[in-house]
Ligand binder design. Structure first.
Ligand SMILES: [Zn+2]
Ligand SMILES: [Zn+2]
Length: 153
């Protein structure tokens, strides 16, 4: 909701501004334990994709910050609840930056998750699933990514 434009940031300036904004949102949330969350947001922003908690943890450590996996799990859950990150379920749950509301394609070969443009009919499919009593979120399509396809998996 309220997500105007929908264009993805393409410059690092935009991204820095976005991170500053996220940091402000976190502080407005009243939490004193924001450092791990900011590290997570940075890892997600810098990788522009969807990372598992383990990968987020690895990126934070590679950046020279100290944290443990349990903190990453707890913090990323909180970020998701705040609408600053979203999770994509699959063989391994992955997290992306920003509020959910877009469709995903997930690779059955390597687990890579990509944001994809949502088809006009996607909302109707979700509504139908919800009418059947499912707590259906945005669509997740599964298939093989170009890398896995090229490998012939
Ligand atoms: Zn996503
Ligand atoms: Zn793949």
């Amino acid at each position: 909701m309220g997500d105007t434009g929908g264009a993805h940031d393409s410059t690092s300036n935009d991204r820095d501004a976005h991170l500053a904004e996220l940091g402000g949102a976190l502080r407005a949330g009243g939490s004193r334990r924001t450092a791990p969350r900011l590290h997570i947001l940075r890892a997600l922003a810098e990788n522009r994709g969807h990372l598992s908690a383990t990968e987020i943890h690895r990126h934070i450590q590679a950046a020279g910050e100290r944290t443990n996996l349990a903190t990453v799990y707890r913090s990323v859950d909180r970020l998701t609840a705040l609408g600053l990150a979203h999770s994509v379920s699959g063989a391994e749950v992955r997290y992306g930056l920003g509020r959910d509301g877009h469709a995903h394609a997930t690779c059955t070969g390597c687990g890579t998750v990509a944001d994809i443009a949502e088809a006009p009919t996607a909302g109707a499919a979700v509504a139908l699933a919800q009418a059947s009593g499912f707590t259906a979120g945005p669509l997740v399509m599964s298939g093989l990514c170009p890398v896995c396809r090229a490998r012939g998996q």
